[in-house]
Ligand binder design. Structure first.
Ligand SMILES: C[S@@+](CC[C@H](N)C(=O)[O-])C[C@H]1O[C@@H](n2cnc3c(N)ncnc32)[C@H](O)[C@@H]1O
Length: 342
């Protein structure tokens, strides 16, 4: 590579943080939703007129055009012709308020609280003994879960993010995993968040009685009533409710091995002999960019990590689980169901 090419590549990397912030600006202005309501692409001047009518505030069409064009250059939205913008397959993920929206995820990761965590990343490398802390906890003096419990604005974004990711993942699980039919009756979703996942499982398998188990603040403010689902508040590091099977979606990757083992021990104690644990999580592969990025995300936000298949086997075996099976979920890349038995 020519010296100047690598120089420009590094310059562009230094500025690559800007894209999520331009996306945040566009979401805050409400543009993805305005474009979604129109049956045709809209000129930026008309867009500003609609925005003014909706908010009572004049918008600068030159600035809006520059923001939109910068995203079009990254293949997010389409410009056709100059100044006329419409959705494409990437920008549709930014429409707020739909089950599959990624808007709350962008707002969460670009929030001041979320961004502050990254400034402390290097401090984790200075802890030479194994630690369960995260860059987020270094920045705020508390875990992301405790932070969400005390900050209603952050909590709103957090629950929005859980719901949108939850929709996509649980649909992929229901499509790619056939092990729910054999659950005798009670399925406990440990760290179930809003309860959406277990509610979809119960909808698809009505013989199952769903339990959504999460921290008290999540149960108090993040859940809604779902038929066939009981919400139970508690701390999975103390105990988990008894059930015929346990479901855990994107929970164990939030924790280091020591903490993950403590949760698994409580899950083991809550199951009957022969009962199964159904884990949905990533399988780490150093060649897959998405899962390597996710691994870094865990380090920054929760102090956890993504695990390879052999690490999952070892972790589960350490707490007495056997017959570990991996069922890849093609619809949610790099994630799998990891099933194991007591
Ligand atoms: C990444 S979220 C996953 C939520 C849900 N399973 C999903 O896939 O949407 C992790 C969940 O673990 C919960 N959690 C964290 N610490 C917990 C604890 N000590 N006891 C119970 N739940 C906990 C959080 O409140 C959060 O809902």
């Amino acid at each position: 590579m020519e010296a100047l090419d690598s120089y420009h590549m590094m310059l562009s990397l230094a500025e690559s943080f800007s894209t999520p912030f331009v996306i945040k600006a566009i979401i805050k202005l409400g543009i993805p939703n305005i474009l979604a309501k129109s049956d045709k692409p809209i000129h930026v001047d008309e867009m500003c007129t609609i925005l003014q009518a909706a908010t009572g505030q004049a918008h600068n069409s030159e600035i809006v055009r520059r923001l939109m064009q910068s995203l079009c250059r990254k293949n997010i939205f389409e410009e056709q012709p100059a100044g006329v913008f419409g959705h494409n397959s990437l920008s549709r993920w930014l429409i707020d308020g739909t089950p599959k929206s990624l808007a709350s995820f962008f707002l969460l990761t670009t929030s001041e609280a979320g961004q502050a965590a990254w400034h402390h990343l290097h401090e984790l490398a200075l802890e030479v003994t194994s630690s369960s802390t995260s860059a987020f906890a270094k920045a705020h003096g508390k875990s992301i879960f405790e932070f969400a419990a005390n900050d209603p604005v952050f909590a709103d974004l957090w629950f929005g993010f859980l719901d949108s990711f939850g929709h996509i993942i649980i649909n992929g699980v229901l499509e790619g995993y056939d092990g729910f039919q054999s659950v005798a009756q009670v399925l406990v979703d440990v760290g179930g968040g809003t309860g959406l996942s277990v509610s979809k499982i119960v909808q698809a398998f009505p013989h199952i009685k769903g339990v959504n188990f999460d921290l008290p603040h999540t149960i108090a403010s993040g859940t809604q009533n779902f038929p066939g689902v009981e919400h139970i508040a508690g701390d999975m590091f103390e105990s988990v409710p008894k059930g015929d099977a346990i479901y855990m979606q994107k929970v164990l990757h939030n924790w280091n091995d020591e903490k993950a083992k403590a949760v698994l021990k409580n899950c083991y104690n809550a199951l009957p002999v022969g009962g199964k644990i159904i884990i949905v999580d990533h399988i780490f592969d150093p060649h897959q960019k998405a899962v390597v990025d996710q691994d870094l995300g865990m380090l920054v936000f929760t102090g956890g990590k993504q695990r390879s298949a052999s690490e999952w086997r070892e972790l589960l075996a350490s707490q007495g689980f056997s017959n570990v099976n991996f069922k890849p979920l093609p619809a949610v890349k790099s994630q799998a169901v990891i099933e194991a038995f007591k």
